[in-house]
Design a protein around this ligand. Structure first.
Ligand code: SF4
Length: 56
């Protein structure tokens, strides 16, 4: 993302996301929406960033 404004409160390593700050591992959004795809989440892999957008 050009002129990415890294939000130092949201670390993220998902380079494929359009909201990711390429050179640094932070999200550029002010706020992200976290959710789950499972009925009873028990591990970190059970939760997802719902603000993910595939880099175009
Ligand atoms: S929207 Fe979610 S997945 Fe995308 S960079 Fe931000 S925290 Fe990472």
């Amino acid at each position: 993302m050009m002129n990415c404004k890294a939000n130092k409160s949201i670390e993220c390593t998902v380079q494929q996301c359009a909201n990711h700050c390429g050179s640094s591992n932070y999200c550029s959004l002010d706020c992200v929406h976290i959710g789950t795809h499972e009925a009873n989440p028990t591990q970190d892999k059970c939760v997802d960033c719902k603000s993910f957008m595939l880099k175009g």
